[in-house]
Design a protein around this ligand. Structure first.
Ligand SMILES: Nc1ncnc2c1ncn2[C@@H]1O[C@H](COP(=O)(O)OP(=O)(O)OP(=O)(O)O)[C@@H](O)[C@H]1O
Ligand SMILES: [Mg+2]
Length: 652
């Protein structure tokens, strides 16, 4: 934590960055995972608190924001607040944690609310490259208020100089770039292939790839057809025997994590003393936080007793927090987890295993991006504890070619690219300030800076097309936003579908049940293999109206050749939310749904966010009251994120 700067010597890149922020320069830091970027942020926060200046910290995922909130609260109990879609605690604090989305919305909607905040930290700023969300970082940087300076922290970005050159072009103040390429604890790469452990990539080449001409594998590999003799279990046993635990085992499927954990638990990884301790803590936490007796809690208890666990987005968020605590206390020796565990959270291990070097990106199954691989690999090797970190990659020579392997292990991370793609809400908000000039903002984008020529016009065309649709559908009239326009600019992500329903007067006529269901249908995206439920007439009617409305919007969007269409409504979880609003137990919902509990919680929380956004729009007081009531009915028990955050703060 912050006082650590007295305990250990600062690295050069850390002192350089600290010096620059002292001089009120904006700073971009590109350094490997686990290098110690947080310390720079903490230093800056401390400086701001001493000088009574406001500062904002943003992170790309809620788990990270929550963790920071707890950390900062321990340091500056009176001064910290947090605003994410789910949580709103002390939102006028000088030290404010928020998601990047909230920050971007603040700049667009209520800029003056940032007057007292002079700094913003963007943690994991390489998210600018994210296809779905990257534009939010880009818009935040373009529209950054003049009085603000930024500290951008990032995993290695090879084109960080280009990134900075763009920022210098659009902001007049000094911007420093700080690059660190070394990892404080070096990584040692090993491979498990055809049942053997190889110490170097080259060894696989001669031993495996050299044998005969490779046939390329097409399509998705089924886990069940795992080549005999390259069993994960053998690898875990090897780690245990060679004293290379604790280990984080990354795998890309939830079911796969569960299956591997069960296999691994055939061995016992704990001493008697450790077992007593871990079981005591586990039971105590689970009872205290009301998740004892649940199916998943019981299943994991069997694993935890052996020092094993799995961790993924389908698990109850409270249970995830408990497992994370047990891992940090070195009681869980092997954790099987999906990729989100790799991001920013300070939970290092001696060893990392990467289950396979391919994964699905969108619809395509391809070799891991170098940045994604290092994000996981970098979790191994604990500073001050391990001389080196071990990274084992499991290689299936039928699924991956040797050059593909080389590209991961010898290659440098991918350059970051702009994903600039303004939404309807952003366009409406910009229109209010800049009017028709808003299209000029495109020339300020990183996209424009990077691409200059041909593809740029395509990007600009998208913006123009959205603006055109907004005008055609009556969101902008005579250079002013209409009532529908004012509605749409507040509902990020579901602008047109909800605003059209508002425009037709459908929203005003909704029953309380329909309000709750509609919000959930707005955020839900169905997964394959989920049993369809029959829903009541009240919801069927709603479904047919909204389907018709969305069809109309899509027709327009397709004609204008938009690169993505407005999200439709999906009513698959309707019965569950009706039951939940009737005060049924969470356990009974899960049983009838066959959806992972963590997923249900996430969607419910997102639906509350939608309802809260509608409260900010020009709907009638009567509807607002109905919405308030729906929020109250949905946001109870396990769904209440604020309650959860407060509880987990007591855990530390
Ligand atoms: N100068 C230092 N000397 C020794 N240990 C340090 C130093 N700076 C940071 N650390 C420790 O290094 C660990 C990793 O730091 P940190 O979480 O800041 O990494 P990061 O660069 O933010 O990585 P990520 O990419 O995961 O976000 C922490 O436990 C921290 O206390
Ligand atoms: Mg970090």
């Amino acid at each position: 934590m912050i006082n650590n700067e007295n305990d250990f010597q600062l690295d050069d890149f850390q002192s350089e960055a600290i010096e620059a922020v002292q001089k009120n320069q904006s700073v971009l830091v590109s350094a490997p995972t686990g290098a110690g970027k947080t310390l720079i942020a903490e230093h800056l926060i401390k400086k701001c608190m001493l000088e009574q200046q406001g500062i904002i910290y943003t992170a790309p995922i809620k788990a990270l924001s929550n963790q920071k909130f707890r950390e900062f609260q321990a340091l500056f109990p009176e001064l910290v607040g947090i605003i994410t879609g789910d949580v709103n605690i002390k939102p006028h604090s000088p030290l404010l944690i928020m998601t990047t989305e909230i920050f971007r919305n603040k700049i667009l909607e209520i800029k003056s609310s940032l007057d007292n905040h002079h700094w913003i930290i963007f943690d994991e700023i390489h998210y600018l490259d994210s296809i779905e969300r990257g534009t939010v970082w880009e818009e935040s940087l373009i529209l950054l208020p003049k009085h603000m300076r930024f500290l951008g922290l990032s995993a290695t970005i090879p084109n960080v100089d280009q990134f900075a050159a763009w920022l210098r072009e659009i902001h007049p103040h000094p911007i420093r770039v700080i690059k660190e390429t070394n990892r404080p604890v070096p990584l040692h790469f090993l491979f498990q292939c055809r049942g053997n452990i190889y110490d170097e990539l080259k060894e696989i080449k001669t031993a495996v790839y050299g044998q005969r001409k490779q046939r390329r594998f097409k399509g998705n590999r089924l886990y069940d057809t795992e080549p005999r003799g390259n069993r994960p279990f053998d690898l875990v046993r090897h780690l245990k025997d060679s004293d290379r635990l604790p280990c984080i085992y990354f795998s890309f499927g939830r079911k796969r994590c569960e299956k591997l954990a069960e296999e691994a638990a055939q061995l016992d990884y704990l001493t008697k003393k450790e077992r007593l301790e871990i079981v005591g803590m586990y039971d105590d936490f689970c009872t205290r936080y009301g998740i004892d007796g649940e199916e998943r809690t019981e299943a994991l208890r069997v694993l935890v007793k052996k020092g094993v666990a799995y961790h993924h987005a389908g698990i109850h968020p409270m249970l995830k927090e408990i497992l994370e605590r047990l891992f940090t206390r070195k009681l869980i020796k092997v954790i099987f987890t999906t990729e989100t565990f790799a991001l920013g959270i300070n939970m290092p291990a001696r060893t990392v295993v990467v289950d396979e070097v391919k994964k699905k990106y969108g619809r395509f199954y391809r070799t891991l991006k170098v940045r994604d691989f290092y994000q996981m690999a970098g979790r191994s090797g604990r500073r001050g504890i391990d001389k080196e970190g071990f990274v084992y990659s499991r290689v299936d020579p039928k699924a991956v070619t040797y050059p593909e392997l080389q590209s991961i292990f010898r290659g440098q991370p991918e350059v970051i690219r702009s994903r600039f793609n303004t939404s309807y809400a952003t366009i409406l908000n910009l229109y209010e300030t800049f009017g028709e000039e808003l299209l000029h903002i495109h020339a300020l984008s990183f996209f424009y800076f990077q691409e200059k020529a041909a593809s740029c016009t395509r990007q600009l065309e998208q913006m123009k097309a959205r603006l055109h649709i907004l005008k055609k559908l009556g969101y902008i009239h005579r250079y002013q936003l209409t009532e529908k326009g004012h509605f749409a600019k507040k509902v990020h992500g579901n602008e047109l579908p909800l605003a059209e329903l508002f425009g037709y007067g459908v929203l005003e006529d909704l029953t309380l049940n329909q309000v709750g269901t509609l919000a959930l249908a707005a955020v839900y995206a169905p997964r394959p293999n989920i049993k369809k439920q029959k829903y009541p007439r009240e919801i069927k009617t709603l479904e047919s109206i909204t389907t018709e409305v969305v069809r109309g919007i899509h027709r327009f969007e397709k004609k204008m050749k938009l690169n993505y269409l407005s999200k439709p409504f999906f009513y698959d979880l309707s019965v569950s939310v009706l039951d939940w609003m009737k005060n049924k137990s969470f356990q009974s919902l899960i049983e009838q749904l066959q959806v992972d509990e963590g997923e249900v919680i996430r969607y419910y929380r997102m639906s509350i966010q939608v309802l809260r956004e509608i409260l900010e729009t020009p709907v009638s007081t009567a509807l607002k009251q109905k919405i308030q009531k729906a929020i109250e009915l949905i946001n109870r028990g396990v769904i209440d994120a604020e309650d959860q955050l407060k509880k987990t703060a007591e855990m530390d």
